[in-house]
Design a protein around this ligand. Structure first.
Ligand SMILES: Nc1ncnc2c1ncn2[C@@H]1O[C@H](COP(=O)(O)OP(=O)(O)OP(=O)(O)O)[C@@H](O)[C@H]1O
Ligand SMILES: [Mg+2]
Length: 178
């Protein structure tokens, strides 16, 4: 994987598979601390402590089609390559939080990529999941909560192409202003 937005897509997929009804995606670009933090939280089924302890190891997976789970190990590599790390907190029956820290200006840090496209894709593909996307740049923040979007839409489905286009424009222009 070459872009962090694709890692985010992959990690969010884990939350979806875990039955999450709410997924939080928070990106914090802190130039002062020179740290990029990416946090994904969900209220899915969670993991046992022994699974959490092993999950960064590429030989841990609950997939049946392929033995090796790669989502978390690959993100772990992307973090470590920049002097950062991957941290996972999970509680069985409650949910999971994946916190990735990366060296913001490190030469090996992957670019964020098309985060707008990934967020809109996740929303459109999972209209029944509440997504809360927060993007912070040096204390300025932008929050997109699909519960609020749905209120404004007054019954228009959130996964129509028109709404997707509107969301893309809204996210892009807000990110530009951060
Ligand atoms: N948010 C989550 N909630 C519950 N379990 C999780 C979550 N994220 C990961 N897991 C568990 O950790 C395992 C490893 O996840 P990882 O993304 O690394 O690999 P994978 O999803 O199994 O395979 P791949 O991502 O390569 O398709 C998963 O199979 C799942 O059992
Ligand atoms: Mg995965």
């Amino acid at each position: 994987m070459k872009e962090l937005s694709l890692h985010i897509l992959d990690i969010a997929q884990n939350s979806i598979v875990a039955g999450a009804k709410k997924i939080g995606i928070t990106i914090d670009e802190d130039t002062e601390l020179d740290i990029l933090t990416i946090e994904l939280s969900d209220d899915g089924k969670g993991m046992k402590p022994e699974v959490v302890a092993k999950v960064i190891d590429p030989y841990t997976t609950s997939r049946t089609t392929r033995k090796v789970g790669l989502g978390l190990p690959l993100l772990n590599d992307a973090c470590k390559n920049t002097g950062g790390k991957l941290h996972i907190e999970s509680e069985l029956g409650k949910g999971t939080k994946v916190i990735a820290t990366l060296g913001l200006n490190h030469i090996d840090r992957q670019p964020l990529g098309d985060i707008t496209g990934v967020v809109v894709m996740l929303i459109a593909a999972n209209p029944n999941i509440r997504f809360v996307y927060t993007h912070i740049k040096n204390k300025n923040e932008f929050v997109l909560d699909t519960n609020e979007v749905n209120e404004i839409l007054e019954g228009i489905p959130i996964n129509t192409p028109e709404v997707g286009k509107m969301l893309k424009e809204m996210i892009s222009s807000n990110l530009e202003e951060l």
